[in-house]
Design a protein around this ligand. Structure first.
Ligand code: B1M
Length: 232
C-alpha cells in the first residue's frame, strides 16, 4: 500500500504517531494536519500531541539533516508540515484563563531564520496570559530596541538555533547595558544549542529549555518583579 492510500483513522495511536513521523519526514502537510486532528479527537492533549508526534518527528528530521541524508529543501518541507500541525494546536496552546501578565517582544536573532521553536514559545506565552509581539526571524539589535521603545514589554525573548548566531544575543544584551536600559526588561533566551551556563554568561535573566519552561519562567519572573516593586 502506498503512503497516499493509508487511512490514518484506521491506525492505532502508536502506529498513527509513527506514521506522522514518516509524514513529517516526507513533508506531507495535509497528512500532518489530519493526524494532529485525529489525535486530538482521540483525547490526546495538545502538549502530548505536540511533543510525541510533531517535536519527536522533527528531531528525527534533524538527525538526518545533520548526517547529510536530508537537505535544506526537504527540511523546509518538513518544517512546513510541522507548522501545519502547530496551526491546529495553536488555539489550544494559546487559549488562556490566566490573568493578563503583560507584554513580550520575541524574535529570532540576526543571521538565523529558524522560527518553529520561537513560534511555539510565542503560542505558549499567549497561553500563559501574555500579549506577544513577534518580530519574526533575522533580527538585528535595532529591531529589538525599536520594539522595546514602541511596546514597552515586561519581557524580551530571543531565539537562536545556530552556534554561529547564539553569540548575537550578547550583542543585544550589551547594547541594552550600554544604553542604561538593561533593568527595564526581563531577558529570556532559548534555542537548541544554548544552555544554562551560556544564558548566565551573556547576562540573560534566564535560559529556557523549552516552550513550557519559557511560559513558566516568564510568569514567575514577572510576578517576582511586581512583588519586589510593590515592596520597595
Ligand atoms: Co537548520 N540547523 N539550518 N534549518 N535546522 C539545525 C538547527 C541543526 C542543529 C541541524 C543539524 O545539523 N542537526 C544545525 C545547526 C548546527 C549548529 O549550529 N549547532 C542547522 C543548520 C546547520 C542549518 C543551516 C546552516 C543549513 C545550511 O544551510 N547548510 C541553515 C541555516 C539557516 C539560517 O538560519 N541562517 C539551516 C536551515 C534550516 C531550514 C530553513 C531548512 C529549517 C528551518 C525552517 C524554519 O524554522 N522555518 C531548518 C530546520 C527545521 C532545522 C532542524 C531540523 C529543526 C529545528 C526545529 O524547528 N526544531 C534543526 C535540528 C534540530 O534542532 N534538531 C536544525 C523543533 C523546535 C520545536 O525545537 O527550535 O529547538 P527548537 O525550539 C525549542 C527550544 O529550543 C526552545 O523552545 C522550543 C520549543 O520547545 N526555544 C526557546 C527555542 N527558541 C526559544 C526562545 C525562547 C525560549 C525557548 O525565548 C524565550
Amino acid at each position: 500500500m502506498s503512503d497516499e492510500e493509508i487511512d490514518l483513522r484506521s491506525l492505532s495511536d502508536e502506529d498513527l504517531v509513527k506514521q506522522m513521523h514518516d509524514d513529517l519526514y516526507d513533508g506531507l502537510a495535509p497528512e500532518i494536519v489530519e493526524g494532529t486532528e485525529i489525535l486530538l479527537e482521540r483525547g490526546w492533549s495538545a502538549e502530548r500531541t505536540l511533543n510525541d508526534a510533531l517535536v519527536e518527528g522533527m528531531r528525527i528530521v534533524g538527525i538526518d539533516f545533520r548526517d547529510g541524508i536530508l537537505f535544506v529543501p526537504e527540511v523546509l518541507l518538513a518544517a512546513n508540515a510541522m507548522k501545519g500541525g502547530m496551526e491546529v494546536l495553536r488555539p489550544l496552546l494559546s487559549e488562556s484563563d490566566a490573568q493578563r501578565m503583560g507584554k513580550v517582544v520575541i524574535g529570532t536573532v540576526k543571521g538565523d531564520i529558524h522560527d518553529i521553536g520561537k513560534n511555539l514559545v510565542a503560542m505558549m506565552l499567549e497561553g500563559a496570559g501574555f500579549e506577544v509581539i513577534d518580530l519574526g526571524i533575522n533580527n538585528p539589535v535595532e529591531n529589538y530596541l525599536a520594539a522595546l521603545d514602541e511596546h514597552r514589554p515586561e519581557i524580551l525573548g530571543m531565539s537562536a538555533l545556530l552556534t554561529t548566531t547564539m553569540p548575537y544575543m550578547k550583542v543585544v544584551i550589551d547594547t541594552l547595558e550600554e544604553q542604561g536600559r538593561r533593568d527595564d526588561v526581563i531577558v529570556l533566551v532559548g534555542g537548541a544549542p544554548l544552555n544554562e551556563e551560556f544564558g548566565k554568561a551573556i547576562g540573560a535573566d534566564a535560559y529556557c529549555r523549552d516552550a513550557a519552561v519559557a511560559a513558566e519562567t516568564a510568569q514567575a519572573l514577572v510576578l517576582a518583579r511586581r512583588s519586589s516593586v510593590a515592596a520597595s
